[in-house]
Ligand binder design. Structure first.
Ligand code: SF4
Length: 258
């Protein structure tokens, strides 16, 4: 992505783009030089699973379809009684990036797709700023697949009932990096009550595959608190930097490092 396009996306999400006077316009995107961030990346690289590139097979497609059917007819927790429909997720069936929020809202419940409406548009703009698009290279889902009434926080028993679906999504996608957006998603995925500010700026790990996970703000919060958009942009740059480190360890189907 060229600097001009990236600056366009940054302006769209409300992050000021600073251009030095008497200098040519440059991207605000720089590799992380922060030794703290670098130190956070290194354990992620050593702990990351080595994943072999492979195309989506008929078996994977069938398992996605079976998972989708199960979620749409699920009655494992009480939320099935109040939802309009289950919201499975959106994106390619196998991809390196996965974004996870907490639960569908009213618009998502109505349309059957996560992160639509104003918050969804902001998330899309944030992701585009680091070269990601839900149509091609990032999968977006929620911890809960059904909407809690009045957008209340998920209950622990609802999370426990629904988490196996997310686990199966991760097994199918095999993401290299997960981005948890918002405090509720992060706390539930990491089984912690630490604040979002304590969880940002670190590489956590999730699930059986030990998938690296980074935490940032929920786009709905950023709509209410635009002053924090710059911090969210720092998180995205951090995530991209970690991803680049991780992909240095990619191997092809022939078993050779690329
Ligand atoms: S939230 Fe999850 S476990 Fe509960 S009914 Fe919906 S799909 Fe099933």
């Amino acid at each position: 992505m060229d600097a001009s396009s990236r600056n366009h996306y940054l302006e769209a999400i409300g992050v000021d783009v600073w251009v030095r006077r008497s200098m040519p316009a440059v991207s605000v995107v720089e590799p992380l030089a922060d030794p703290v961030a670098q130190a956070a990346i290194e354990p992620a690289v050593s702990a990351a699973p080595v994943i072999v590139d492979e195309p989506v097979t008929a078996d994977v497609a069938d398992r996605w379809q079976a998972l989708r059917t199960e979620i749409l007819s699920c009655t494992r927790c009480g939320l099935h009684q109040t939802r309009t429909q289950g919201v499975v997720g959106v994106g390619p069936q196998r991809t390196d990036w996965m974004v996870i929020g907490e639960a569908p809202g009213a618009e998502e419940d109505r349309r059957g797709e996560p992160f639509v409406g104003r918050a969804g548009h902001l998330l899309d703009a944030m992701l585009r700023a680091i070269g990601l698009d839900r149509g091609t290279n990032v999968y977006i889902a929620n911890v809960l697949k059904s909407r809690p009434p009045n957008n209340r926080d998920p209950k622990p028993e609802e999370v426990a009932a629904c988490l196996p679906y997310l686990m199966r999504q991760i097994q199918l996608l095999q993401p290299r990096l997960m981005l948890a957006v918002g405090r509720i998603a992060a706390q539930n995925l990491l089984s912690t009550d630490l604040s979002l500010s304590r969880l940002r700026g670190k590489v956590h790990h999730f699930g059986e595959l030990n998938t690296p996970l980074i935490v940032t703000y929920h786009p709905a919060y950023l709509l209410r608190t635009p002053a924090d958009k710059r911090k969210a942009w720092e998180d995205l740059k951090f995530a991209r930097s970690v991803f680049r480190q991780l992909t240095d360890h990619r191997i092809g189907t022939d078993g050779n490092l690329s």
